[in-house]
Write a protein that binds this ligand. Structure first.
Ligand SMILES: NC(=O)c1ccc[n+]([C@@H]2O[C@H](COP(=O)([O-])OP(=O)(O)OC[C@H]3O[C@@H](n4cnc5c(N)ncnc54)[C@H](O)[C@@H]3O)[C@@H](O)[C@H]2O)c1
Length: 496
């Protein structure tokens, strides 16, 4: 929507007692945040008039334009998402999209949800580029347009030290450009990291969940607390106030690194279990009975995907070294990233061994393309690592994923919504995603479409029980991460 129309609506909303909130960045986080704010109400009245602002480029205009049509800029299998966006954009009309930075001047609160990527070559974690300057430019833009007194909260995941060393100075610079005396009127900047979980509880994971905040000073922290308390279910999920923005930055990074490291840790036990003939899935289930200390132990799998767990551990060391200037080796966290990155390649090694290194011209079928069930986000998926490795070795690759029509990172790979068509004639199958929705048909489709000589890699132990006997009888190889017992049983079955 154009600037003048939004300004008129915002003026009317302010007169009606609504706060104006501008959400910067309409990606996976920004969409959920904007939808949440727009659905917040008190006494049947919307609390906020929400403006979603994205870049003035083709992708940004498309996202902002989606809101004007009453559609979500991102997909999630959360049935409330499309309903909330439609109602707020078309019925209550308190949610709009735009690309004009002058919209920032209308806001009482700016919530920044833009991305900050890590650029690095695979196989190492020492040489990184984290374009904090791009984020600083966005904050300068906000500072150059916002009214003094506006609260700016940042929800993106940041290297430690970014708020105090990079974003606050940039915000001050922007304000000074407007002629604001930042000593007399310091900008309010708070860090309120986001824990949104794309999937069936996408919207609720923003406001019906634990939230934390910190400010560059007490006034900023208090303002962030008061703002969050308006739309977060604090009765059930009290807010956590961190002692500094660095502490809040660290909390988010530690949370994700902890998970990534636990996943990496299980990989070495998977290999061990395969070597010594043990079913690691069963072993982990037996250990998980120890509630409180062991009940969230990870299970083996193809790898770690998504935009967050594949990068966040590296942001801690990067911030310490580059922004604060202290050495940060962090060997566990770095090693975890590398282990997780290599994990999908084990599937390819098995496939190469099966075909004595001759993969050229063989048809491969990947089952699942996204990084987790129920989303259409294909960023940094283990399936991409598998696909690239197979393509490099000359195989042809097709994929099945009901939620993906175009694989942005691998546009030449055909993604179909018909699993049987993808499996037909395949000599290589990798089950890349353990989506429970695949369970009712996958085993039958594999049995129906595959022929002798094919190999199936099932890193998640999804179809082993249903297919192992049939495959062994028909000469179809099956490899499973962490199922050493299966490898022995299959060998015995073939001998028998
Ligand atoms: N995806 C998740 O599940 C998740 C969860 C928690 C935290 N995070 C963190 O939140 C941040 C955003 O993640 P995301 O997945 O939403 O990213 P995304 O890439 O889906 O969305 C970012 C959006 O910001 C826009 N943008 C970038 N620069 C801009 C600018 N200067 N002005 C206006 N718009 C701009 C982009 O066009 C894009 O639409 C990241 O730091 C991420 O690590 C993500």
């Amino acid at each position: 929507m154009d600037y003048a129309s939004i300004a008129t609506r915002a003026q009317a909303a302010r007169s009606a007692g609504q706060q104006i909130v501008l959400v910067l960045g309409l990606g996976f986080v920004g969409t959920a945040v904007a939808g949440n704010l727009a659905r917040a109400e008190q006494g049947g009245k919307a609390l906020f008039f929400v403006i979603g602002l994205d870049r003035d480029d083709a992708a940004g205009r498309e996202k902002a334009g989606a809101l004007d049509l009453g559609r979500s800029p991102t997909y999630a299998n959360d049935p409330s998402l499309e309903r909330v966006i439609r109602e707020c954009c078309l019925t209550t009309k308190n949610l709009v999209g735009g690309v004009d930075p002058r919209l920032i001047a209308l806001a009482d609160v700016v919530v920044s949800c833009i991305n900050l990527d890590v650029q690095r070559a695979p196989g190492q974690t020492e040489k990184l580029t984290v374009p904090t300057e791009g984020y600083a430019a966005a904050m300068r833009m906000v500072g150059a347009h916002m009214r003094p007194g506006t609260l700016v909260t940042v929800e993106s995941t940041l290297p430690i030290g970014t708020c105090d060393r990079v974003l606050y100075p940039a915000l001050c610079e922007g304000q000074a450009k407007q002629g604001v005396d930042v000593k007399a009127q310091p900008p309010k900047l708070a860090y309120c990291y986001e824990r949104v979980m794309p999937g069936p509880d996408y919207l609720d994971s923003v406001n019906n969940f634990w939230r934390a905040y910190a400010g560059v000073d007490a006034a900023s922290a208090d303002a962030a607390r008061d703002f969050l308390a308006l739309y977060v279910n604090t009765a059930q999920f009290p807010l956590w106030r961190h002692k500094s923005t660095r502490a809040a930055e660290m909390a988010k990074l530690l949370e994700n690194s902890y998970r990534a490291t636990n996943i990496a840790f299980i990989e070495e036990w998977s290999k061990l279990a395969e070597g010594v003939g043990v079913d690691l899935f069963d072993v982990i289930k037996s250990v998980r009975v120890r509630k409180g200390t062991h009940d969230n132990m990870m299970l083996p799998g193809l790898g770690v995907g998504g935009y967050c767990l594949t990068k966040d551990a590296l942001l801690a060391a990067y911030g310490a070294e580059k922004l604060i200037g202290i050495p940060a080796e962090m060997p566990f966290s770095r090693r975890a990233i590398l282990t997780n990155e290599r994990m999908p390649l084990r599937a390819v090694e098995w496939i190469e061994r099966h075909f004595a290194g001759q993969l050229a011209g063989r048809k491969a079928a990947l089952i699942g393309v996204t990084y987790r069930p129920g989303v259409n986000d294909t960023r940094s998926t283990p399936s991409e690592i598998v696909a690239r490795a197979l393509l490099e070795r000359g195989a042809t690759v097709d994929a099945y994923d009901p939620l993906v029509t175009h694989w942005d990172e691998l546009p030449h790979v055909h993604v179909s919504q018909d699993p049987s068509a993808v499996l037909r004639g395949a000599q290589i199958v990798v089950i890349c995603l353990p989506d429970p929705l695949y369970r009712p048909f996958l085993a039958d489709a594999l049995k129906a479409e595959l022929t002798a000589g094919a190999i199936v890699v099932d890193p998640w132990n999804m179809i082993v029980d249903a297919c192992a006997a049939d495959f062994a009888r028909r000469g179809i190889a099956l490899e499973v991460y962490g199922r050493g017992d299966y490898a022995k049983a299959a060998a015995a079955a073939v001998k028998g």
